[in-house]
Write a protein of this length. Sequence first.
Length: 189
Amino acid sequence: MKIYTKTGDTGTTALFGGTRVPKHHIRIESYGTVDELNSHIGLIRDQDINTLYKNVLIEVQDRLFTVGAILATPPEKEVKKNGEKRLKNLGILETDIEFLENEIDTMEANLPPMTHFVLPGGHTTVSYCHIARCVCRRAERLAVHLHELEPTDEQVIKYLNRLSDYLFVLARKLSLDLNADEVKWIPRK
């Protein structure tokens, strides 16, 4: 199979199930942003960080492929003609969200309390986390927008929300682990 199909040369692409839409469709923007997020998380995973974090990030990347598949499936294509769900083995479960919450709680137990917002930066790896967090927030906003236009699995939105929290706390934890300065944002008076 060749990587190029030429079917997108006119500015359209196929969703899961075959429906063709413009490449700027909100559904394409949604799962495309999730794909971008997944690439940024791969960049974090490629850094010299604790193996535990790398393993969590692999799990997150796996879940993001599931999120992408869900977002790539329009509601009218979720069920086959025989009534069977197309994505019967795919879904974001409450346990996926709880996994992120448990990881957040574990990391926060070893962090000083937050008294101010912090400026992104201090170390390249920490900055990558903040970039991924921002892309995650954009993916969440796009998924919410899509959900307003066409029903979408609400667990996807919840997962993306929790994942952005995880990425923020991971940035803080890596700042501590890497002895990076965590610069507080203090507004002018």
